[in-house]
Design a protein around this ligand. Structure first.
Ligand SMILES: Cc1cc2nc3c(=O)[nH]c(=O)nc-3n(C[C@H](O)[C@H](O)[C@H](O)COP(=O)(O)O)c2cc1C
Length: 168
C-alpha cells in the first residue's frame, strides 16, 4: 500500500477476526519497529508480541475489553527509563522514543491491511507486574494486532489552519 494511502486508511480497530497474523507480516512489522529513530539513537524500547494465553489473560486484566482479548496478537510497547536519553532538565525521552516506534508499527500494520488500536488507559504498574518486568521498563502503550472485523468511519480532525501554522 502506498504510504499516504496507509496514513488515510488507518483507523483505531476495536473488533478483530480470529484469523492468525501471517509470520511474514509479523517480520515486516518487527523491522518497521526496529527502524524507528530514538533520541541519541539509544533505542530504549522493546516490543512484546504476545500470543501466550496465560500472559494475555494477566495483561487483559489491566484493560478488560473483549476486543483486546479477542485479537490474535497483543503488542506491549515498552520504554526503558534507565537507558533512554535525558533532556537537560533530567526528563526521560523513553515515552517519546517508544511512541515513535509504536506509530511505525501502527502505520506498517495499516499498510499490511492489519488493524491496531493505541491503548494507554490501562494501569501501568499492574501491566508491568502482569508482564513480570523490572522497574526500569515502563509499559507505554498496548495494541491489539490482527485483521479487522469492522470498518470504522473516519474520525474528524481539526482543519489544517488550526493545526499547522506557517511562520514565513
Ligand atoms: C496516545 C493514545 C492513547 C489512546 N488510548 C486509547 C485507549 O486507551 N483506548 C481506546 O479505545 N483508544 C485509545 N486511543 C485511540 C483514540 O481514541 C483514537 O486514535 C482517536 O479517537 C481517533 O480515532 P482513529 O484512531 O480511528 O483515527 C488512543 C490513541 C492515542 C494516540
Amino acid at each position: 500500500m502506498e504510504f499516504y494511502e496507509a496514513l488515510r486508511r488507518r483507523r483505531s480497530i476495536r473488533s478483530y477476526r480470529a484469523e492468525a497474523v501471517p509470520e511474514k507480516a509479523l517480520s515486516r512489522l518487527a523491522e518497521a519497529i526496529r527502524l524507528a529513530p530514538s533520541a541519541c539513537n539509544n533505542q530504549p524500547t522493546r516490543f512484546l508480541f504476545i500470543s501466550d494465553p496465560e500472559i494475555r489473560r494477566r495483561l487483559c486484566a489491566c484493560y478488560p475489553r473483549a476486543w483486546l482479548a479477542a485479537a490474535p496478537v497483543i503488542v506491549a510497547a515498552l520504554g526503558n527509563t534507565e537507558t533512554a536519553w535525558r533532556r537537560f532538565d533530567g526528563s526521560s525521552a523513553h515515552v517519546i522514543d517508544t511512541s515513535i516506534a509504536m506509530e511505525h508499527l501502527v502505520l506498517a500494520a495499516a499498510a499490511e491491511g492489519l488493524g491496531t488500536c493505541w491503548i494507554c488507559a490501562f494501569d501501568q504498574q499492574a501491566a508491568r507486574q502482569a508482564l513480570r518486568l523490572p522497574e526500569c521498563w515502563e509499559v507505554v502503550a498496548l495494541t491489539p494486532l490482527g485483521f479487522a472485523a469492522e470498518e470504522p468511519a473516519e474520525q474528524s480532525r481539526k482543519p489544517i489552519d488550526e493545526t499547522i501554522e506557517r511562520l514565513a
